[in-house]
Design a binder for this molecule. Sequence first.
Ligand code: AMP
Length: 202
Amino acid sequence: MRDLPKTLIFLGPQGSGKGTQAKLLVEKFGYTTYGTGDILRAISQEDSELGRKVKETIDAGHLVDPDLISEVVKEKLSKLDPDKLVIIDGYPRSMKQLRLMKEIMPEMGREGYLVLYFDISEGETLKRLGLRAEKEGRADDAEGAIRKRLEHFRSETLPMVEQMERDGKVIRINGMPSVEEIHSEVLKKLSLSISSEASRTR
Ligand code: AMP
């Protein structure tokens, strides 16, 4: 595929399979991917004041401070060649983070971006997270923390996604079918958006 979007943002409810889909694009096209959940979990293991604070926040199912996560993303991007393809998985998640992201991106040489939103129902989210809790034993997959994460998703992330839709940035992907089917929908919709962008700028 020619002219792939340089900066992709992957969003969706917990358990929507976006991490798996990001990996497939990494293998196929050489994207670099940053999962903000993974980065924050690594920070939470550090034996420091910050590490302990992040761990508490994650384990309780809350969102970490928007300035902190924006700094973390900025630092990662600052080390990356601005021409390199990148997928940011799981950021931004609130209106405040979106505002900060809109400031950071141009500073990092990344004006344009596209959002892939992986859509699954709340019932499916609960089912998938319950299974993951059994398999991986993540503290934040415990029932109370899951409920909190869903609340934040509904009250903070969804209104932000609506804003991104008004900005004309969002491609919706059905997250319910198999990994392979979702992957082909991603490829199809990405190439459609590339060709419509090309015809707009022609
Ligand atoms: P995830 O694995 O993507 O569900 O992320 C795990 C946890 O990391 C979340 O429940 C939040 O506590 C934190 N987290 C990840 N990304 C963000 C973000 N963009 N803003 C705030 N908190 C985040």
